[in-house]
Design a protein around this ligand. Structure first.
Ligand SMILES: CC(C)(COP(=O)(O)OP(=O)(O)OC[C@H]1O[C@@H](n2cnc3c(N)ncnc32)[C@H](O)[C@@H]1OP(=O)(O)O)[C@@H](O)C(=O)NCCC(=O)NCCS
Length: 202
């Protein structure tokens, strides 16, 4: 599990990015969930860091940013999930999941009106959040959209004073999350998961 928040620990220098893309090294960048929760205050918020790509630049490249699901076509979102290898999900359940989502950011290609990048976070609204479903349509990967949605999602959470931000990362994408400020097993803290695979219907 990767955790991010405010334990007043700096990232190792080797993880710092050049100033223009530098995310995200709010001086208080890493976190241990338990102790940070005890010391964090919902009234404490954090200034937004510079974005690697501005909203205006995204617009000029034909992409629109959204922070709610009002105009999000769930079948098209499902198609992106499937395209990256996630299982196809029941659209009704996706709808419920989004209703219980605290923050989301998605990018729409203006020409087709389809979603091409997406990330969302659930949580307690005050201390903790978990990021889910970070996906970029394969045809649009590698051009900064994943980073664009993650930067904004994290900033939106920090702006609400939510400073313990966790996510599950597949091994092959650890290198995507690390420069965004996420660390695995901070101070030896281990994520533990109880997960049961649903039985297949016959
Ligand atoms: C992982 C994913 C969201 C990245 O989105 P993306 O739009 O392709 O990534 P970006 O173009 O924004 O890349 C941002 C930076 O991360 C790097 N990066 C992207 N994917 C990476 C990976 N798998 N490993 C290491 N670095 C990666 C890029 O090189 C880029 O570096 P830079 O800022 O130094 O130029 C996307 O590849 C994806 O949807 N993958 C399939 C679904 C998935 O695995 N989701 C995560 C589940 S845990």
């Amino acid at each position: 599990m990767l955790l991010r928040g405010t334990a007043f620990t700096r990232l190792p220098t080797s993880l710092h990015l050049p100033a223009t893309t530098a995310y995200r090294h709010h001086p208080h960048s890493l976190s241990i969930s338990a102790s940070a929760s005890a010391s964090s205050s919902s009234s404490a918020t954090f200034p937004a860091a510079a974005l690697s790509i501005s909203d205006a630049e995204l617009e000029s490249r034909g992409f629109a940013l959204h922070r709610d699901a009002a105009s999000l076509d769930l079948d098209q979102l499902n198609a992106v999930f499937v395209a990256v290898g996630f299982p196809r999900r029941d659209p009704g359940k996706i709808r419920v999941a989004l209703e219980h989502t605290d923050a989301l950011v998605w990018v729409q290609q203006r020409r087709t009106e389809k979603p091409v990048a997406f990330a969302r976070a659930t949580g307690d609204g005050v201390f903790n959040a978990i990021i889910w479903d970070v996906v970029v349509d394969p045809s649009f990967q590698g051009i900064g959209l994943g980073k664009a949605v993650m930067e904004r999602l994290v900033d939106d959470l920090l702006a609400r004073g939510i400073n313990n931000i966790a996510l599950y990362s597949e091994p092959r994408v650890l290198g995507f999350y690390r420069p965004l400020g996420f660390v695995a097993d901070p101070d030896g803290i281990r994520g533990m998961v109880y997960s049961r695979k649903p039985k297949r219907k016959k």
